[in-house]
Design a protein around this ligand. Structure first.
Ligand SMILES: Cc1cc2nc3c(=O)[nH]c(=O)nc-3n(C[C@H](O)[C@H](O)[C@H](O)COP(=O)(O)O)c2cc1C
Length: 185
C-alpha cells in the first residue's frame, strides 16, 4: 500500500476482540515508535506497557477518576470501565521535560506525538487496532496514572495508547478540504 493510502485508511479503533496482543507485536510497535524524528536525537520518549495485573490497577484508578469526575452519571462510569476492561493492552507514553528549557521540552512532546503516530500506522500493518487517548479513561492528566507507572517528575504523560485486534470496522471520518486549511503566500 502507498504511504498516502496507509495515512488515509488509518482509523481510531476503539473495539477489540478478546485476544491478547503478542509480546512480539508489542515489540514491533515500540520499534516503529523509536524511529520517529526527534530533535538532537534526545529520544525523549518512554513507554510503559500495561497488561495483566498492572491493567487491573489501571482499571481501579480509572474507576476512582470517573466516579470523582461524574458522580451523577454511574452509567457513564460503567460504560467507560467496560471499554477499558475489553481493551487487551494499554501503553502509556511519556515525554521528557527538560527543566528550565521550555522550547526543548515542547519539541520533545512533538517528537513523542510523531512516535505515537508511527505506532498507529505500524499497528495497521500488524493487523492491530489502536487509539491514542488523553481524556477520560486515557487518564493522561491524572496524577494517579503518574503514580501507577512510577514515572519520575521530569516525564510528562502524552497519552495512553489502547491496542487490540479490531472487533469491527471503525467509523469513517472526514477531513476539511486542504484549501480551507492552507494559505499559499
Ligand atoms: C492527542 C490526541 C488525543 C486523543 N484523545 C482521545 C480520547 O481521549 N478518546 C478517544 O476516544 N479518542 C481520542 N483521540 C482519537 C481521535 O478522537 C480520533 O483520531 C478522531 O476522532 C479522528 O478519527 P480517525 O483517527 O479514525 O480519523 C485522540 C487523538 C489525538 C491525536
Amino acid at each position: 500500500m502507498s504511504v498516502m493510502n496507509i495515512l488515509k485508511s488509518r482509523r481510531a479503533v476503539r473495539n477489540y476482540e478478546p485476544k491478547e496482543v503478542e509480546t512480539e507485536k508489542i515489540t514491533r510497535l515500540l520499534e516503529a515508535a523509536v524511529w520517529a524524528p526527534n530533535d538532537r536525537l534526545r529520544e525523549p520518549w518512554h513507554f510503559y506497557v500495561i497488561r495483566g495485573e498492572a491493567k487491573t490497577r489501571y482499571e481501579q484508578i480509572a474507576r476512582e477518576f470517573l466516579e470523582e469526575r461524574f458522580p451523577t452519571k454511574p452509567h457513564l462510569v460503567k460504560e467507560s470501565i467496560a471499554v477499558l476492561e475489553s481493551t487487551p493492552l494499554v501503553i502509556v507514553v511519556t515525554s521528557d521535560i527538560i527543566p528550565g528549557d521550555e522550547a526543548s521540552s515542547e519539541d520533545n512532546e512533538y517528537a513523542v506525538a510523531c512516535a505515537i503516530h508511527s505506532m498507529w500506522l505500524a499497528a495497521q500493518e500488524l493487523g492491530l487496532g489502536l487509539v491514542w487517548r488523553t481524556r477520560g479513561i486515557g487518564l493522561a492528566r491524572d496524577e494517579r496514572l503518574h503514580k501507577l507507572i512510577g514515572s519520575p517528575e521530569n516525564r510528562k504523560i502524552v497519552g495512553s495508547v489502547f491496542v487490540g485486534y479490531p472487533a469491527a470496522d471503525s467509523p469513517e471520518t472526514k477531513r476539511t478540504a486542504i484549501e480551507d486549511k492552507t494559505t499559499w503566500l
